[in-house]
Write a protein that binds this ligand. Structure first.
Ligand code: ADP
Length: 476
């Protein structure tokens, strides 16, 4: 079975969020199951020279974007046994970031057609195109619009994975003609039209044979208006083709017993060194050094989705619980400012690190005691999975993937790997943090919670097995 994973980002080359982790690590899990899985993504300017130097040029061709023919080069790079293809057009992709440019419709319209055209130039003819999020949403649309009678494309099946339904790639209807070279017959409510505009995400959802999202709970939630982002009707209509597969994390990359980025290695049989990580993290971040104070971590994009308005609402009450708070993230100015300002109010107790820093992220996962993720919605969430792996106890809202992976601790049955609350309510969150803090001070309970957390299995291999089954369904 040959699968080409189409993604707008893949770790370690270019990453803004969880999609990159999945696109970067799923292929190696699939390879173990005998699937020849490869990845194709844009050759961004932000990809480090270290990787670019090792890429190997394959060919170039031209891609129709409206009335223009645009250059596209293809490079190949084998990273840890997985083949990655990079599509090169410096005008579109040599920029200092990945998304958020005014011509994103053109950049990803180009990318979608270039992915299809590239199959004529690479020595890999996939059975399945596995598209991810809106940036690759037009791949299945274009495939049906004029490629099928070429034998390379005639039997390809398509899977579309929703990593986050909120970001949809909605643009003016003029892009149909000016960028995508599609006729006005596509501008109807059963095809690409969405609120008087054209939606890349809707294209992926309508034209792919099967759809999945990254947890079972989110697959259910998005069929209701509250989570459906305006597409719940379409998702209900396609519910027979809609699946949920939890993401997994790479247990080699995130392994407290081998991780070179943390201060001291430890494992579930001997977690004493976790304390050493906490001490050195406190030292490094200029916090009061105190082994007994509960330390709560956040590693996240600082955006509304992640529940920061709940934290804003009860910030002082949280700090009154006598905890330390470590934040690592970038995003909306209001939340960056909130955390920055709080370091002046709670000196020695709050550390705000407003940046993207993978090394510090690892140190936080290993060093803190609890990991706070009170999301408004969460398709899967990787933060809580990484936290569990490091014996760091997640405190989450019961939504999407958080609901599927974190089970509230029950002190009677001694079961559960974290803490959770249901309603999107600041005081429910506060109550839950308070409960976690109280249990933290009872060492017998806390040891069990850590054990349960570290025994949870959310490895990539589980996720890869589920994709294997879904790919088989596609080919039936
Ligand atoms: P999303 O994809 O919605 O951003 P996820 O929890 O699925 O959220 O994935 C986020 C990933 O990005 C995790 O691996 C997390 O550790 C990482 N991450 C988020 N912000 C930062 C940051 N500022 N520095 C380093 N890693 C980060």
């Amino acid at each position: 079975m040959k699968v080409l994973i189409v993604a707008s980002e893949a770790a370690p080359f270019a990453k803004t969020g969880g999609l990159a982790d999945v696109a970067g690590s799923l292929p190696s899990g699939l390879l173990k199951l005998g699937i020849d899985a490869r990845v194709i993504l844009p050759l961004y300017g932000v990809i480090s020279e270290e990787y670019k130097k090792k890429m190997h040029y394959i060919n170039n061709f031209y891609v129709k974007v409206g009335s223009c023919d645009e250059y596209c080069g293809i490079f190949e790079y084998n990273y840890n046994g997985v083949t990655f293809y990079f599509l090169d057009n410096e005008y579109y992709f040599k920029r200092d970031g990945l998304y958020g440019y005014l011509d994103d419709a053109k950049r990803y319209g180009f990318f979608c057609r270039a992915v299809l055209n590239s199959l004529q130039y690479i020595d890999f003819k996939p059975d399945i195109l596995h598209c991810n999020d809106w940036q690759s949403g037009m791949v299945p649309v274009l495939l049906e619009s004029g490629y099928r009678n070429n034998s390379i494309y005639s039997n390809i099946q398509t899977l579309f994975t929703i990593h986050n339904l909120r970001y949809q790639g909605v643009f003016s209807s003029t892009i149909l003609n000016d960028i995508l070279n599609l006729g006005l017959e596509y501008y109807t409510c059963d095809k690409l039209e969405f609120n008087g505009a054209v939606s890349f995400m809707k294209g992926g959802l309508v034209y792919s044979k099967l759809i999945n999202t990254v947890s079972i709970a989110y697959a259910n939630e998005i069929q209701y208006p509250y989570y459906g982002e305006g597409l719940d009707g379409l998702l209900r209509a396609r519910s027979q083709s809609l699946y949920g597969i939890l993401n997994g994390i790479d247990y080699d990359e995130y392994d407290p017993s081998k991780d070179k980025l943390i201060f001291k290695n430890y494992n579930k049989a001997d977690i004493l060194n976790k304390k050493e990580n906490k001490k050195q993290l406190q030292e490094m971040l200029g916090l009061d050094i105190n082994p007994d104070i509960p330390m709560v971590g956040i590693v996240s994009r600082l955006v509304d989705q992640k529940g920061f308005d709940l934290i804003e609402c009860v910030f002082s009450e949280i700090m009154n619980l006598d905890i330390q708070l470590v934040v690592l993230g970038t995003g909306d100015y209001k939340y960056e400012k909130m955390f920055r300002d709080s370091t002046h109010i709670y000196t020695g107790k709050v550390s705000a690190n407003i940046k993207f820093d993978n090394t510090l992220a690892h140190k936080i996962y290993a060093g803190v005691d609890m990991f706070l993720m009170p999301s408004l919605f969460e398709p899967c969430g990787l933060g809580q999975l990484i936290a569990l792996r490091y014996g760091t106890i997640p405190i989450v809202r019961e939504t999407g993937g958080l609901k599927d992976t974190v089970r509230a601790f029950d002190e009677f049955k001694m079961e559960g790997n974290g803490f959770s609350f249901l309603n999107y309510n600041a005081h429910d969150m506060l109550y839950t943090i308070d409960r976690a803090v109280k249990l933290y001070h009872n060492k017998d309970y806390w040891k069990v919670i850590i054990k349960n957390a570290m025994n949870s299995d959310y490895s990539l291999d589980n996720s890869a097995r589920n994709y294997f089954d879904l790919y088989n369904k596609l080919l039936q």
